[in-house]
Ligand binder design. Structure first.
Ligand SMILES: Nc1nc2c(ncn2[C@@H]2O[C@H](COP(=O)(O)OP(=O)(O)OP(=O)(O)O)[C@@H](O)[C@H]2O)c(=O)[nH]1
Length: 776
């Protein structure tokens, strides 16, 4: 084994972690090492990086969707995100979705270029360990052929511009299929080959075979259409000849369009070139120098040292044959064409190892660095937007907190002020009620005192006929009731209405000071505005009051004994009445109402008894007893009196007095006319009505004060209801604000969580970049 071979073996073994302590090895051990190495293939960097970035993008996708839904579902009252921001959040969903699609399609792409028949297809087949692409003498590849892995057992091809999957059973069929179609040289045929048949395809490497660079002038189109996303370029040279201008100029164009492309140079057909063993080393050195110069000095895609790792001398044909034998379980060296197979085979393995390392790192960098940076931009943007939204929610929280405090204070002050005003208004109403009671009582007493004048004003024709008299009495009662009512109204109503109105205004103003809502105040004013001022009802009801009035229109001699007794008892009646008033003043208003009402309902008996202590029957009995006593003893007594008087003053004087008494009697008897009867009737009526009206003075004043109390209390109650409504509204508003605040706090927690998720994703991308991009 030559020294060069030893170097190659140690190189490959070293890369796979296997120590080469002996130069005596066979190709079986190489194949075992190679198989073991697959698991640790440099391509795994790309595979793992792709899986990782896909996982991160799955998280980013979930995150942008979650964030958009959160922002979109925010309650309308929490106006912290505007329409433009929502649209921006939504746009991230589409962006991420587009990146994920590209990511899923991302693969490592290697493109093979060189002159026709240099063995490009053979190199690809050797790498894929199968005769996939047709190869042969002459121009066999007439368009771009891309070999990529597919799940499943069946291979198929898809032509450019078509979705039809054409079955490919074997290489002949594929060659026929490609030849039958008149394809343009820059069109692309995609060959899908089962992944499981080749580890390179399984690890997402895509191979692109091209027509010879010497057969086309459309090199720019080729590069634009097929090379811009290639991670590695392999220039397949024919080691039997020198690099041509066509090959050089193609790569010059490539290096102009792509910054520092990864270019490998394979001096293929080295088996044929090495036939003449004596010149082998000098030819190799010659080729090597030219290639190194080309890469490092002409293309300037790498340093000379790096270029030394990019130039190989191989035999694709031998390698392919060896691998086919190998796949059949036979020793690979059976595929050897000439001497030096092992060296060339090892160098092919070395190329593959370097190629795998290069393409993996390059693809990770060129493809995933971009995705990582776009993911980072999205994460940063969203983090910033969420930061702004959080700040806005904080401002809103503070505002709402301020409103809540003001509202709470207002509710508390309204409640305490309402209690204070209620106490004061109760006292005011009480004072006004007492005042009204006094005023009504005084006014009514004065009117009763002037009752005679009112009765005298009644001018209906009087007749003592009972039927006519009844009508007269009814009309008189109505006249007295109307007169008293109008007099009382004239004396009291205006002042009373003014007082009540001012009290109502005061109540309204004070209660309205507790309400902040102008709408409620306006509505309330409309409700409280009365169409007519307060009108007091005195309810004297003389008709019932004087229903027991019984006139006495019989002639009565004013100097008769009965009249004299009546005058005497009249004095007693006055005293009794005074005592009744005292008794009544001690009771409360309601009791007075009931007692007086009962009096009114049973007027003659009880009232007279309570007032006088002596009933009219008793008076008449007394009169009769006195008269009868005078009558029964008159004979003796009268004679005695007459005798004494006769004896004392003389019969003339006695006769004169008797005649005078008689004249007076006759005069009174003659003047007892209808007019006298009317006067007597009115006098009796005035006495009766005065007596009855005085009984109801307290009742009436209590009734009036009750009306005032009712009026003011109902006004105050209405105002309280209004304040209550306003307080209820404020409480409702407070609850809404509290609910809103709770909602803001919940949303702030969600925003924080989403912000943290953005930071987490950014951190994941950092780790990804450190592991897969910066370390390369
Ligand atoms: N001796 C020898 N022959 C080779 C080697 N590689 C390829 N060949 C032969 O060279 C011929 C051309 O090989 P291809 O793989 O078709 O070459 P190509 O560059 O793809 O040609 P086009 O497809 O026409 O561009 C075939 O007959 C191969 O068998 C090699 O390493 N040694």
């Amino acid at each position: 084994m030559s020294a060069y071979l030893n170097r190659a073996v140690s190189m490959v073994a070293g890369n796979t972690g296997m120590a080469s302590s002996s130069s005596s090895f066979d190709t079986n051990s190489i194949s075992e090492n190679r198989s073991f190495a697959n698991d640790k293939s440099p391509l795994q960097i790309f595979v793992k990086a792709k899986k990782r970035i896909n996982d991160i993008y799955d998280e980013i996708n979930e995150y942008v969707i979650e964030t958009f839904h959160f922002v979109n579902d925010l309650p309308h009252d929490i106006d912290i995100v505007d329409k433009a921001e929502k649209e921006l959040f939504e746009s991230y969903i589409f962006k991420v979705s587009a990146i994920r699609e590209v990511l899923h399609r991302d693969h490592m792409k290697v493109a093979f270029f060189g002159r026709t028949s240099n063995g490009k297809s053979s190199v690809i087949n050797a790498m894929l360990k199968d005769k996939i692409l047709p190869s042969g003498i002459g121009h066999t590849t007439n368009c771009f052929c891309q070999v990529e892995g597919v799940d499943g057992e069946d291979a198929y091809l898809v032509k450019e511009g078509s979705d039809e999957k054409l079955n490919v059973v074997n290489i002949k069929q594929l060659a026929n299929a490609l030849c039958q179609e008149k394809l343009s040289e820059s069109s692309l045929v995609r060959i899908f080959w089962p992944r499981e048949r080749c580890h390179l395809l399984r690890d997402d490497v895509v191979f692109v075979d091209s027509p010879g660079v010497d057969v086309s002038a459309n090199l720019d189109d080729w590069i634009d259409n097929h090379c811009l996303d290639a991670d590695v370029f392999v220039l397949v040279l024919n080691a039997e000849s020198t690099m041509t201008l066509a090959e050089k100029s193609f790569f010059h164009t490539v290096s102009k369009k792509l910054s520092k492309p990864n270019v490998f140079v394979l001096n293929n057909r080295w088996d044929a070139a090495a036939d003449e063993m004596e010149f082998q080393d000098s030819v190799r050195t010659q080729h090597l120098e030219r290639c190194l110069d080309f890469l490092s000095k002409e293309l300037k895609v790498c340093s000379e040292k790096e270029a030394a790792e990019r130039v190989f001398f191989v035999s694709a044909k031998e390698t392919l044959n060896a691998r086919i034998f190998e796949s059949k379980g036979q020793p690979p060296h059976l595929g050897a064409i000439t001497d030096g197979f092992q060296t060339r085979y090892f160098e092919f393995l070395d190329f593959e190892r370097k190629f795998e390392e290069c393409i993996s790192k390059s693809a990770v960098k060129t493809k995933f660095e971009q995705h990582s940076s776009r993911g980072r931009n999205i994460g940063n943007d969203m983090h910033l937007m969420l930061e702004n939204i959080y700040d806005r929610s904080n401002v809103m929280k503070k505002e709402k907190g301020g409103v809540k405090k003001k509202l709470t204070d207002r509710i508390q002050s309204t409640e305490s002020n309402l209690m204070q005003i209620t106490r004061e208004m109760k006292q005011k109403i009480h004072n006004m009620v007492e005042e009204v009671e006094k005023k009504v009582s005084t006014a009514l007493n004065e009117e009763i005192w002037r009752l005679g004048v009112l009765v005298d004003e009644f001018s209906m024709p009087f007749h003592s006929e009972p039927l006519v008299l009844n009508i007269y009495k009814k009309e008189l009662n109505a006249h007295v009731e109307a007169g008293l009512g109008s007099n009382l109204r004239a004396r009291l109503s205006i002042a009373l209405a003014t007082n009540i109105e001012s009290a109502q205004c005061e109540m309204t103003d004070r209660m309205h000071s507790l309400i902040s809502s102008e709408t409620i105040i306006t509505q309330n004013k409309q409700i409280l505005t009365r169409s007519q001022p307060f009108e007091m009802l005195y309810s004297l009801n003389c008709q019932n009051l004087c229903s027991d009035f019984q006139e006495n229109l019989d002639f009565k001699f004013s100097w008769g004994i009965t009249s004299m007794i009546n005058r005497f008892t009249g004095k007693m009646k006055t005293n009794g009445k005074q005592s009744l008033t005292v008794i009544h003043r001690q009771g409360n208003a309601i009791e007075r109402v009931s007692s007086v009402q009962s009096i009114l309902e049973n007027p003659p008996n009880q009232a007279s008894r309570i007032a006088d202590g002596i009933t009219p029957e008793q008076i008449s009995t007394i009169s009769r007893v006195v008269l009868s006593s005078i009558g029964s003893q008159g004979t003796v007594g009268g004679l005695v009196v007459a005798g004494i008087l006769f004896k004392t003053i003389g019969w003339r004087i006695l006769f004169g007095v008797g005649a005078l008494y008689g004249c007076v009697y006759i005069y009174e008897r003659l003047s007892w006319t209808t007019a006298s009867k009317e006067r007597a009737f009115k006098g009796q009526y005035v006495d009766h009505a005065t007596k009855k009206l005085k009984m109801i003075v307290d009742l009436t004043s209590a009734n009036c004060s009750h009306q005032v109390q009712q009026e003011l209390s109902s006004t105050f109650a209405r105002l309280c209801r209004v304040v209550d409504t306003a307080t209820t509204d404020m409480n409702k508003e407070l609850k809404d604000i509290e609910h809103s605040l709770a909602s803001i706090e919940t949303n702030q927690k969600s925003i924080k969580l989403l912000r943290n998720k953005a930071s987490y994703i950014l951190n994941e991308l950092d780790i990804f970049e450190n592991n897969y991009i910066k370390s390369n």
